[in-house]
Design a protein around this ligand. Structure first.
Ligand code: FAD
Length: 281
């Protein structure tokens, strides 16, 4: 097992949709503060669905004394709307954000004035200089809409050169894809930290659904083992914990700059993984 006590960790939430969800997330936040995370991030619904919720969550975390970053997607946005949003972030004391293109809601709507995340990153730098630490997304197993792996890598390098400070990956279970992506990006001059995004395995149907949508490959042996557990959620969670702890351990041993956990607004699995790895102790 690697010695991971100094590795930076971060946790991602989505804005809760109900008052009960908000109460639950308040407890989850308190639970995760104990792990001394570097920052929290809060996702952003393309097309306006959860944008207020994103800012509210970020403000709540900041008010509780921890760093927090809103995700911000530019799909459907105009230069004026982005300018107004940046002013709102600045006024709220936000110094870090995750800048994304986003997806059209159910394939409908229009792109707006920004075609790609690289254009958003360049605009944020033009408008606000070095005020924000800008995280961008990246895809070791290739973004599902990319024309080719080469064009996807080129798009990532463009995003970095436009002014990104660091990157968070889509989740993956194949470490080779991550290491190859980082090597190739470095060779092309994109030398910012690339933090692996980690998805805890809590539910097998949810994992299969997300993975089909975002293009993350579940290794055959993991998929088959999960299927063999049927509805036995205790076995799924125990197996998931082993698989994801092992994945994180391999990454930490190889010296990754940090780990970013997609918490799904739950603390139990990520806390167990961190405890197994002696992270945040
Ligand atoms: P981009 O970097 O713009 O890439 C999008 C596609 O365009 C890719 O296929 C790329 O290869 C291609 N491309 C880019 N530039 C060019 C170019 N110049 N020429 C040709 N092709 C190009 N979505 C949300 O809606 N809300 C969230 O909060 C959210 N959080 C996320 C957090 C992380 C860490 C990650 C990895 C993803 C997140 N997503 C979120 C999903 C993301 O919005 C989608 O994956 C989206 O489809 C791509 O966003 P991007 O910023 O990576 O886009």
């Amino acid at each position: 097992m690697s010695d991971a006590t100094t590795t930076s960790i971060s946790f991602e939430f989505f804005p809760p949709k109900t008052p009960e969800g908000a109460d639950k997330l308040r407890l989850v936040r308190q639970d995760l503060y104990a792990l001394n995370p570097h920052f929290f991030s809060v996702t952003y619904g393309a097309g306006g669905s959860t944008q207020d919720g994103t800012l509210q969550q970020v403000q709540a975390i900041l008010a509780e004394g921890h760093d927090a970053a809103p995700h911000f997607s530019c799909i459907g946005a105009t230069r004026d709307s982005v300018r107004a949003q940046l002013a709102q972030f600045k006024a709220a004391g936000i110094r870090r954000m995750v800048a994304l293109r986003g997806d059209l809601p159910s394939g409908h709507g229009t792109f707006g004035e920004f075609r790609y995340a690289s254009e958003l990153v360049a605009f944020i730098r033009e408008e606000t200089g070095t005020h924000f630490h800008i995280e961008v997304g990246c895809y070791p197993e290739v973004h599902p809409q990319a024309k080719s792996p080469e064009s996807d890598l080129k798009a990532y390098v463009t995003k970095v050169k436009a002014g990104a400070t660091s990157a968070i990956t889509q989740y993956f279970f194949n470490t080779d894809a991550y290491f190859r992506f980082v090597d190739e990006a470095y060779q092309q001059g994109a030398d910012i930290p690339v933090v692996p995004g980690i998805m805890p395995i809590i539910s097998s149907t949810q994992l299969m659904r997300f993975s089909d949508a975002c293009g993350a490959e579940i290794p055959r042996w993991v998929r088959l083992r999960l299927q063999s557990f049927g509805d036995d959620s205790a076995s799924i969670k125990a197996f998931g914990l082993e698989v994801v702890t092992d994945l994180c351990d391999q990454l930490l041993t190889a010296g990754v700059p940090g780990l970013h956990f997609y918490t799904m607004n739950q603390s139990t699995a990520v806390k167990q993984i961190c405890q197994n790895l002696r992270l945040g102790v």
